[in-house]
Design a protein around this ligand. Structure first.
Ligand SMILES: [Zn+2]
Length: 361
């Protein structure tokens, strides 16, 4: 297929907030503004990444481009700034603070990754090691070592590469000719992702399986640009000071599952990780993580399964209290964030954190 319509302009930071961020950074006042904010807010910043690739703008990329959080170079710069201005800590240290009723240190910062793409091991892990930082990697146990792309990613890939001329997906209300250009197909894929996440988890899986069959694009064929990490990768990262957490068994929206299935995802993923990695697993991040992906029942099951902390994908800093420990907010990092935007977001998250209808995977 053609690649027309796909240019670096797609990742340029445009809009009011990035412009304001550039102005703030040029003024030199961001460090001071951040310190002033710290006098009034005792909160914790948990950064949420998905993928770090050599380029934030890979040519002809047919997977979910919105899950590229940063290029390798941008990630290194972000981590340097985080280390310079904030107090990096691990999730087990944060859980210890909460257990003992102590406040985390001022300007506490944690780094997390969702899903478990192999670029986390290939690209992010060496950068974190080089800088002496730790991060938490939330992984789906059924995906580890399977070589299979994730279901939502595969849906995007199918929409970007299928040879069919017309899209007929009544489950998602999509009836239209498929454009030939990648940008046009990406726009349709975003709509499809938004809509599929409103279905229950079983219906989501059935729909993706149907398209795999009808378009003869089985997910089992795998793809070099969308692979999960292996158990060996995770063990190496664990030995290198990284933390491993659960992201469920099969990346299913927990609040959209029957209760027994939901509890199996929560407890079973923890058991599998502890069995394979030989260490306690104390933290989970709810798959998709938006308001419709977890609820009181999910949080109760998480506590009962023995987790000490749980992260959502709702944007914001976390108060780090016993009331929020199973509902911790994070700051999503997106490839559109240039250095100014990142710096402004770190100093003043209320004004500059990334929000979008789409970003709640
Ligand atoms: Zn996820």
């Amino acid at each position: 297929m053609t690649r027309s319509g796909w240019s670096s302009a797609d990742v340029a930071a445009s809009g009011r907030r990035p412009r304001l961020a550039r102005l703030c950074r040029r003024s030199g006042l961001l460090p001071l503004a951040g310190r002033l904010r710290g006098l009034f807010r005792e909160d914790v910043r948990i950064l949420a990444y998905h993928r770090v690739l050599d380029s934030a703008d890979p040519e002809g990329f047919s997977f979910d481009v919105d899950l590229i959080s940063a290029s390798a170079d941008a990630f290194r710069e972000q981590m340097k700034l985080a280390k310079r201005r904030f107090q990096p800590m691990r999730f087990d240290e944060l859980a210890d603070c909460l257990d003992r009723g102590r406040r985390p240190p001022p300007r506490a910062l944690l780094v997390s990754f969702d899903d478990g793409y192999d670029d986390n091991h290939r690209i992010a892990f060496p950068i974190l090691s080089e800088l002496g930082l730790s991060a938490m990697f939330f992984v789906c146990t059924d995906h580890i070592g399977s070589g299979m792309p994730y279901a939502y990613d595969w849906l995007v890939h199918m929409l970007c590469s299928t040879g069919v001329e017309r899209l007929e997906v009544p489950e998602l209300g999509l009836h239209m000719p498929l454009p030939q250009d990648l940008a046009g197909r990406r726009a349709i894929a975003r709509t499809a992702l938004d809509r599929i996440k409103t279905l229950d988890a079983v219906a989501q899986e059935a729909l993706i399986a149907r398209l795999e069959r009808e378009w003869q694009l089985p997910r089992t064929q795998g793809h070099p640009l969308c692979r999960p990490m292996s158990w060996a990768d995770l063990r190496e990262m664990q030995r290198g000071g990284m933390e491993i957490g659960s992201h469920g068994i099969g990346h299913r929206m927990l609040a959209k599952l029957p209760p027994a299935e939901m509890r199996r995802e929560v407890a079973g993923s923890r058991e599998a990780l502890e069995r394979e990695l030989g260490e306690r697993v104390d933290v989970i991040s709810y798959p998709v993580g938006g308001p419709d992906a977890y609820d009181e029942d999910v949080m109760r099951a998480t506590r009962q399964a023995g987790y000490r902390l749980a992260c959502s994908y709702r944007a914001g800093t976390d108060a780090a209290t016993s009331a929020t420990r199973y509902d911790m907010r994070r700051l999503p990092i997106e490839r559109q964030m240039d250095a100014s935007w990142f710096e402004a977001m770190m100093a003043l998250p209320e004004a500059f954190s990334y929000r979008s209808r789409y970003r709640n995977r």
